[in-house]
Design a protein around this ligand. Structure first.
Ligand SMILES: [Ca+2]
Ligand SMILES: [Ca+2]
Length: 292
């Protein structure tokens, strides 16, 4: 009887190991993993190339779409180029107040500028983390990191160079943004995270357009897109502040484009963030594209 139990236990252990390895080697688009420390779903973005930045043809089209924005403001997104990235995981939502307060409570960390006032202080609303270092401190606590600008942009637009996460047609009801009235999306200011599932990116990432501008790990250099860095660009070694992506609740269709970028000292823009991690090795080796 003892021997029987021993072999049963051994069989269970091997079956568990086998099932775990199967799970890790068969990840695909839409697969998720929940990190227990912050209880947030992360979604898998497969390895491969994507179109990053804005092309000359896009610029010509944008001049009619955005007549009020000076053409030179698009130059920091040009040219468009193919950039290869290894696979990674990214938070589906912006980091919420519930998450950020958990971090503060467990660590005693003193943020430089974490803004809380109604309705932005609700637990389900995105945390207003105005200083890049306060975002990095959270990411380190949770065992993640900020996404690079390239990772953020790929997670937002997929591989086909689309303008907004959901496609190339503007729809003010698909994001926490500002259509001029502030109301078409149902929220006058920011919205709780994940309220616009129809506005998801090709990988199922939410609120990439609007709600809060999001910190990424890269330093800001307006000329960085001119330098065709691939694979896995991580930004310049220094710069005038860090990059912000995706626009916030107060801006329109222009700044909520996936390629739009802000840097330096953007004044009163409301800022938050989400985290990313490298994909574990068995996932990272599963490539869906050709390495440049
Ligand atoms: Ca709104
Ligand atoms: Ca956002």
């Amino acid at each position: 009887m003892k021997n029987y139990l021993y072999y049963l236990l051994l069989l269970t252990v091997f079956a568990t190991i086998w099932l775990t390895s199967c799970e890790l080697t068969h990840w695909g688009i839409g697969d998720t993993r929940v990190e227990p420390k912050d209880d947030v779903e992360m979604v898998y973005v497969p390895a491969g190339p994507f179109l990053m930045g804005t092309s000359e043809a896009d610029l010509a089209a944008y001049k009619t779409l955005f007549p009020l924005r000076q053409a030179e403001r698009f130059v920091n997104e040009m040219p468009q180029r193919s950039v290869y990235l290894d696979a990674f995981l990214i938070d589906i939502h912006e980091v919420t107040n519930w998450q950020y307060r958990k971090f503060l409570g467990e660590t005693g960390y003193q943020p430089k500028d974490y803004v809380q006032y109604p309705p932005h202080d609700d637990p389900d609303y995105p945390a207003l983390v105005m200083v890049w270092e306060d975002a990095v401190a959270y990411a380190e606590w949770v065992g993640k990191r900020l996404p690079t600008e390239a990772e953020w942009e790929k997670a937002a637009r997929g591989t086909d160079g689309r303008i907004w996460p959901w496609g190339n047609r503007w729809d003010a009801s698909l994001l926490s943004g500002n259509d001029g009235t502030g109301e078409i999306d149902g929220y006058e200011l920011t919205a709780p995270v994940g309220q616009f599932p129809q506005g998801a990116s090709p990988y199922g990432v939410l609120d990439m357009a609007g709600n809060l501008w999001e910190w990424v790990s890269d330093w800001y250099d307006p000329d960085y897109y001119l330098k065709a860095l691939s694979p896995n660009p991580t930004g310049p070694v220094s710069g005038d502040g860090h990059v912000l992506k995706g626009g916030d609740w107060s801006v329109n269709k222009d700044y909520t484009r996936c390629a739009s970028r802000l840097g330096g000292n953007p004044g009163s823009m409301l800022r938050g963030f989400r985290c990313a991690t490298d994909a574990p090795a068995p996932i990272r080796n599963q490539e869906l594209g050709t390495r440049n």
